[in-house]
Design a protein around this ligand. Structure first.
Ligand code: FES
Ligand code: FES
Length: 221
């Protein structure tokens, strides 16, 4: 039997590669964008947030449509296209810039918000998928005019340098203490495993979370 020519081999390879699209890949592993973000967060050992099921018979987009979100206990309506992430809506449309855009690809945790009390990466979630959820940002974790105990402990322990990663760490730490008020150091490390601090302030961050949990004195060390 004659061997296929190099040219026809190349054609075959192109066809195979072309038929394996990103869409097919995501379908194959059963992940949409929201679930992908949740899974990456789970890999960082924080609880995953499942995307809500779409309402039957609802078509949104492709153009902008009115979207109402519950942010820090307030109802906010914006006009957005379905492709816009929750992070971009929070920062660019609602002016809540405490939630940071650092990697914008689910790798650093700087964009962490709470969805129904559980941490989620806002850069990996479409805003439309946050409909009907209680969204809490760094601006909403403390009583008006006050500080959350985790925020106070970060100040007391000098747990930041540039501070860019801090909101994500604080929000994730608050979520940890809400579900486990007295975590061990290992549990703190595990809960913050999906977060990066490029300044390397990890020891002080862990100490601050333990201080907020009452393990160590909260005064400046
Ligand atoms: S900005 Fe979202 S994980 Fe880095
Ligand atoms: S304090 Fe600078 S990145 Fe964490």
């Amino acid at each position: 039997m004659a061997r296929p020519s190099g040219k026809s081999n190349l054609k075959k390879r192109k066809k195979t590669a072309g038929s394996f699209t990103r869409r097919a890949f995501l379908k194959g592993i059963g992940l949409g964008s929201g679930a992908l973000g949740a899974s990456l967060l789970a890999a960082g050992a924080a609880p995953a947030v499942a995307p809500p099921a779409p309402s039957p018979g609802t078509t949104l987009g492709p153009g902008a449509f009115p979207l109402t979100l519950n942010v820090n206990g307030q109802s906010k309506t914006v006009r957005v296209e379905p492709r816009v992430t929750l992070l971009d809506v929070l920062r660019d449309r609602i002016d809540l810039t405490g939630t940071k855009k650092i990697c914008d690809r689910g790798e650093c945790g700087g964009c962490t918000v709470l969805l129904d009390g559980r941490p989620a990466f806002a850069c990996m979630m479409l805003a439309v998928d946050a409909r009907g959820r209680a969204i809490t940002t760094i601006e909403g974790i403390a009583p008006r005019g006050g500080l959350h105990p985790v925020q106070q402990a970060f100040i007391d322990k000098d747990a930041l340098q540039c501070g860019f990663c801090t909101p994500g760490f604080v929000v994730a730490s608050k979520a940890l203490l809400d579900r486990n008020p007295r975590p061990s150091l290992d549990q703190v490390r595990e809960a913050l495993g999906g977060h990066l601090c490029r300044c390397g302030t990890y020891p002080r961050i862990f100490e601050a979370v333990l201080a907020a949990a009452g393990h160590v004195p909260a005064s400046k060390s």
